[in-house]
Design a protein around this ligand. Structure first.
Ligand code: AMP
Length: 474
């Protein structure tokens, strides 16, 4: 499963479900495939889960009337592999010993398959293929009496990346994995605490930002206030650097840094490190390349022009399931602004290059519109390693930079020149002197292959489980 998602929760507000729906709408960039909302009205839980965009469903009065309550959690989901079926859509809900429990998850567990096999062998009945269901089972089986202790017991068994928001009949709970790989912030509106993946979900409802939930922290919100638990040994956070490159919305503040500012600085560093030879205009690949292109233009002194126009009424290209449809999606999504690019040496800026599909199409499009030269500049380092923490970069064989040299990639996308930001360049854009190789400041495995957590499902542990299953069936 590769998932990137957004989570939201609010506790102690008469409009809990409506606020949650708005928060989910602001987080829509993190997942467009499905959305779900669970509310609690003091006696009963109400759950609605739908395929599609938040606004397609959670704006309808008939649906929202069914989500009464003073506390709610919501989830937007984006999964390109695995089953895209309703039973995988979150929040997941179960009636456990002690009451109802709803949970939603942003991130990916790296030992979910291993745990799942063990659970199933012990008699657990799984209803979804989502790794989040493993958390539900671990909470259900925990021997402790209090929900919070059961939850922490479950967290101690899981590995990987998670920002979780959970709801019981008395509490709203938020948790971040020990490295704080995926983001999660605490906010407040009219005295009601809020949890959200990004600050843009606070802004949409006029809530104030209180602080980031810290790495390895569990926050428990109840009518008595907010408690903080730290069930893991203290360590420095290692948030995912790709949130800054691509995933987070530019108006969000992630880990105290403005995503927009960081992206502009990535563009400035790129102009300093790898300025295109000649160039009349700087053109972003919209929307993801815009802040970096502004930074590049400012640092290089070249004019910034909208040489490509994006059609906003198609989803992100990645949602399309096959390579051929994805390729088509790129054409649906962008068109060249012929008057601006004709006869010009164009410096094209995008935030990242994954399979190379976007760059190849866009370079061709800009050339066909009459550009005399096309120089591609990418405001992050080459992506050479797959992701297991929920940002949905594909298997290594599909990553262009894992298969090809710089010159081969340049030829593949058909550009006159191609350059990427360096690792130290991206760290400088993040406000550091460079990468601290002994204790890296970020989770940057896509660029470096340095995975901070064990990858149990991929390595020995999973194999030994498979072997024991084989032995059982023999
Ligand atoms: P590709 O066409 O496969 O090279 O993908 C690169 C394009 O997809 C760039 O325009 C990025 O802004 C965007 N992108 C990068 N990472 C992701 C991701 N995980 N999900 C969706 N889009 C992405």
């Amino acid at each position: 499963m590769h998932e990137e998602c957004g989570v939201f929760g609010v506790f102690g507000h008469g409009d809990a479900a409506a606020l949650t729906a708005l928060g989910m709408h602001a987080l829509q960039h993190r997942g467009q495939e499905a959305a779900g909302l669970v509310s609690f009205d003091g006696q009963h839980f109400h759950s609605e889960r739908r395929m599609g965009l938040v606004g397609d469903h959670f704006s309808k009065a008939s649906l929202m009337e069914r989500l009464s309550g003073v506390a709610a959690i919501g989830h937007v989901r984006y999964a390109t592999t695995g089953e895209t079926i309703l039973r995988n859509v979150q929040p997941l809900f179960a009636d456990l010993h002690g009451g109802g429990f709803a949970v939603c998850h942003n991130g990916n567990l790296t030992n979910a398959l291993t745990l799942r096999r063990q659970l199933i062998r012990e008699g657990a009945i799984c209803q979804s293929t989502s790794d989040t269901e493993v958390i539900l089972h671990l909470v259900a089986r925990a021997p402790q009496a209090r929900f919070v202790d059961k939850f922490i017991h479950a967290l101690r068994q899981i590995e990987g990346a998670y920002s979780l928001v959970a709801l019981t009949n008395k509490k709203l709970i938020g948790a971040r994995d020990p490295f704080g790989i995926r983001p999660l912030v605490l906010g407040e509106l009219d005295g009601a605490p809020i949890l959200a993946s990004e600050t843009c979900a606070l802004d949409i409802i006029g809530a104030s930002y209180v602080r980031d939930v810290e790495n390895g922290e569990v926050v428990v919100i109840s009518k008595d206030g907010i408690e903080s638990h730290r069930p893991f040994p203290a360590r420095r956070a290692r948030p995912c650097i790709f949130e800054y490159v691509y995933f987070a919305r530019p108006d969000s503040i992630v880990g105290g840094k403005s995503v927009y500012d960081v992206r502009k600085r990535m563009g400035q560093e790129l102009a300093r490190e790898a300025a295109a030879p000649g160039g009349d205009i700087v053109v972003p690949v919209p929307d993801s390349g815009v802040p970096a292109a502004i930074g590049y233009a400012q640092a290089s002194g070249l004019p910034f022009e909208l040489g490509l126009i994006r059609n906003h009424y198609v989803g992100r290209t990645f949602i399309e399931p096959t390579q051929s449809i994805r390729a088509l999606g790129v054409r649906l999504k962008h068109s060249a602004n012929r008057r601006e690019v004709e006869g010009k040496r164009v410096v094209l800026i995008d935030d990242s290059l994954v399979r190379g599909t976007t760059s190849e199409k866009i370079v061709r499009m800009v050339r066909e519109a009459g550009a005399s030269e096309v120089h591609m500049r990418i405001s992050s380092p080459p992506i050479r390693h797959p992701d297991y923490y929920g940002i949905d970069t594909p298997e290594q064989e599909k990553l262009l930079a894992a298969r090809m040299s710089l010159d081969e990639m340049c030829a593949f996308i058909g550009a006159d020149s191609l350059a990427f930001l360096s690792i130290d360049g991206i760290y400088r854009a993040m406000g550091h002197a460079g990468r601290n190789d002994h204790d890296p400041q970020y989770t940057d495995h896509c660029f470096t292959g340095d995975y901070p957590t064990p990858l149990t499902d991929l390595t020995g542990a999973e194999r030994s489980v498979q072997l024991s299953l084989l032995a059982e069936s023999a």
